[in-house]
Design a binder for this molecule. Sequence first.
Ligand code: G3H
Ligand code: 13P
Ligand code: ZN
Length: 311
Amino acid sequence: MPLVTSTEMFQKAYAGGYAIGAFNVNNMEIIQGITEAAAEVRAPLILQVSAGARKYAKHVYLMKLIEAAEADTGLPICVHLDHGADFEVCKSCIDGGFTSVMIDGSSLPFEENIRVTKQVVDYAHDHGVVVEGELGRLAGVEDEVKVNAADSSYTDPGQVEEFVGATGVDSLAIAIGTSHGAYKFKPGTKPQLRFDILEEVSRRLPGFPIVLHGASSVIPEYVETINANGGHMPDAIGVPEDMLRKAASMAVCKINIDSDLRLAMTAGVRDYLYHNPADFDPRAYLKPGRANIKALVKHKLISVLGCDGKA
Ligand code: G3H
Ligand code: 13P
Ligand code: ZN
């Protein structure tokens, strides 16, 4: 099966009350860990690439690795640009074979967000590519940009119909209290998401796929392994998985996960090197990192997203 857009995945996910996992990829081991897990449970996949990933690995290497994963597994895979900052980076990814792009105009004034998003949609749709837009701002770190909690803002449901109507986007990322990175909630406080905003958005956009960014759960087991093997990540807290399951049963069709992959990989590598200090073969220490990613993704696909068996 060639690389696909997310259109059919989202239609089925919306109707079936589950979500598609959108996993960030940066190298071969991450791609293999994710796709081996998805192949075993027959789950459709979105592999997403940030500007930072393109800078680190180069567009062509990631594209060829994803094509190799598709050839190896036969899975329906959508290749998506994560947090496209402007028209040029979206165009470059569309021209370079991606099947989906995100234009992130969430930090712009509303009218300006509409203008640049529509510009990307027009170009993308002419090339058979789908577009994710964003309204509302998440706190946390993306590339080198750090958004303080004070500068973040929930999505205003009153703006969503005009935004989707004026731009023609295929899916919409909204801010309901998640954030990027491994430190999402204050220690000692109860994590809370604004499901009332999600409900109101989906009431105003019936059948329309919603995207949840910043959805890592920061699984304690990996943080503990990192801290037990020379790492220092006190107070890392993520989104409880039962909240993600609830979002997936509602209008959320795409759930973005990156930090959990980073933690799984780092836990595997740290644990190996700590216990094998004389080993310097990258295959030896990357292998447990890749195995951790595979186990993590399998768990997410089956127990959190509910998209196993849907490929
Ligand atoms: O939303 C951000 C993703 O976790 C990507 O992170 O920009 O450091 O690759 P990155
Ligand atoms: P996490 O940092 O919670 O994994 O979020 C990733 C993300 O939203 C990528 O766009
Ligand atoms: Zn994001």
